[in-house]
Design a protein. Sequence first.
Length: 403
Amino acid sequence: MAPFLALVSAGGMALAVDTGSAYYTQLKLQNIATAAAAGAVLTVLSEPASVTAKALDLVALNTPSGFGTVAKSSDVRLGKWDKSTQTFTATTEAPNAVEVTTHRSTAYGNPLRVFFGNLLGRSTLDLQAASIAMMYGSPACVLVLDPSGSGAFTAGGSSTVKANCTIHVNSTASSAAQTSGSGRVNVGRVCARGTITGGGWGSTQLRQGTAQCSLLADPLAGVPEPLNPGGCYTPPSGTSTLAPGCYTGTIKLSGNVNLTPGLYYFKGAQVSVNATTNINGTGVRLYVDATSHLDLSGGSDVNLTADTSSAQQAGILIFSSRSATTGGNVTLGGGGRLDLNGTLYTPSSTLSLSGNSALTQDDKTGVIITKRLSTSGSSTLVVNGFPSGANAASARLRSSVVQ
């Protein structure tokens, strides 16, 4: 009995060692794949051609000595992750996810050696792990949607654009993004699918061409436009407090004007301000239909914070109708200070900043999404893509492991 029990005991110990070794190796392979996928997916939009190289670099950095080569180029796949069906489809057309697979196998020349398996005629095990990560959040704090127009993003005159995040330009045209005159741009990165021209880019990191910049879809395309609450009217001149509702006709704001929380629906309205106007409001949404014009270029000071309670339009401060013309129905500028805390959404028209005004979003909780963006005069556009505070929604692109 003694030899038999000794054999059983030795076999049990070997099995425990093999099981522990296999568990550790499988866990490590999974961690390597997860780290590589989560890191590489962040480069999908700005540097799609380098995603595989980035993933393999991360694999190498996280692979212990003795594991050998656990991943090759064929183990990195770009694709789309469908959240509704929880499925991954490999594709290079507008990808939003990366899959990385890692191996310890005979085919890769690095199978896991086992002890107990020798008693069964098997000395190695083949193991593999896979991980899929998708990007979420906004990949850019400023997104210019025009797919083909020249000068889709233009900083002209002596204007200045400052941001600690990415400006993404979908246009594939020559001079898709440009500076002219004394216009200056100092942002984290400008990524344009067309060419970038001008000499006013300062220390901005420039990425251009379709190989480096993917087509970026409008992230708010599925958000419905607000419903007209009805009862449209024209407020009397000199009104100091406006309540949510529908406004129409010629509206001239002056003095100190307070907007109480809620939706302001402008239908066939021509809204303007003068140089002595101060507008303040917290928890507001401004919707400008295709027949209206919101003109804040009169030199007024405007301090508005977006409503975050709406289930569908939460965080959108200014929403310009998708039926508006490219010429634009929202004008910013003059000589005042514009503190606009929330998303500025003009998907079918130009958002322009002129005069010597300053549009600042130091504590912003949104992004700028527009068909075209233009700054001119001596205006200043400042965007903080990484605000602090409990309610700050960062514009930073982030990744999430989904499988």
